[in-house]
Design a protein around this ligand. Sequence first.
Ligand SMILES: Nc1nc2c(ncn2[C@@H]2O[C@H](COP(=O)(O)OP(=O)(O)OP(=O)(O)O)[C@@H](O)[C@H]2O)c(=O)[nH]1
Ligand SMILES: [Mg+2]
Length: 402
Amino acid sequence: MSQLAAAAATYAYLLTPKGQCAVAVVAVTGVNALAAVDRYFRAANGRRLGVQPLGRIVYGRWGGAEGEDLIVCRRTSAELEIHCHGGNQSAPQIMDDLRVSGCTQREWGEWLFQKRTCPLAAQAAIALAAAPSLRTATILLDQYHGALRTALRNIVADLKAARPSEAQHRLGCLVERASVGLHLTQPWRVVLAGLPNVGKSSLINALVGYTRTIVFDQPGTTRDVVAVATAVEGWPVDLCDTAGLKSGAEPIEEDGIKMATSQLKTADYVLWVLDASQVSDVSTASPWQLACDQAQSVGVQLDAGRTLMVINKTDLIDFSLTDGPQSIATSAITGAGIERLLRLLASRLVPQLLPPGAPVPFTSDQVSSLQAALAACQQDGVASALAGLLSSASFGSLCMQR
Ligand SMILES: Nc1nc2c(ncn2[C@@H]2O[C@H](COP(=O)(O)OP(=O)(O)OP(=O)(O)O)[C@@H](O)[C@H]2O)c(=O)[nH]1
Ligand SMILES: [Mg+2]
């Protein structure tokens, strides 16, 4: 779009979520905003919208005497807000009428970008709306209030003052936090896998505290992948139940096993479930070796860095089993070890707790820009890193200026 056309464009944004809510808010911006709204709105005080004072809340009707009751506020000469009923009728009708009046419909996130001088604040506000837990929302709120912006400004200051090692250290810290940052809006996928009948589904039910997935005393009960959304110590997690893995299965079981193995390959973290009696039987092999052998028999390679063994059904054995460095002893029936498992899982997903107010990158574009700046700093020098950061769309030079 040419600059002239962009200046003349008038946009309508539905700022509240689609669906039912108490009140819906529509923003209209641009040179023709007043005319577009004035075409439908009749104020109860009888005056045209153009002569209503700026900032005044004006009650009236949309579309004539029989129209919908609502209020309109002229915020500036080129920006109006319409507050209407939040059902499924009013806001979509108003958006449609505004489109007929020549307004281009835009997403609420784009309105935020238009209003915020720093794209990071807009990105944080958008991410906040998708935060699945209070813990992740708190971290995103810190970014909204400028934690990441301040960190970036410090990096830019280091680069401008030719202090590459300080800049590298700061960039490295941010890049390290990317794995947490990217999960502030997207849950970690934790896959429970193991041989049939070891108690994978029972463990999921125990971990979430209600019956979500079918448990049965015959092997081969779970066939599909069942994802259960939960929070582990405030971190959002999808626990994925999978079919018990074995070779030589029936065709229908085989399909479930294929799904399970593909889940294992892409999981953020794996809980490999063992039956405590299997562990006691194999006195020579370690539980880890046993788990690796079981996985190997269905063509899966376990990665020690992202796998924890859960030795379940400990209530059925007559010797005591303690947790190991890579394993935790549980009983899905008595609940023994379940709280410990949740705590341990949280510490594996987020090994380093973030201090309050810590800067964290939270979109993949931000992470890519930071990784590129770090690589440039290490290989090409500060000028290249600085140029890359200042031209990055995710940060924007406005964010960087003090
Ligand atoms: N005693 C005892 N029984 C358990 C425990 N966990 C599960 N079970 C029982 O073991 C049987 C199998 O449990 P599931 O949770 O269905 O096992 P699964 O690993 O999901 O089985 P598949 O879906 O067939 O692979 C059921 O009878 C459960 O009640 C446990 O900790 N202790
Ligand atoms: Mg199951």
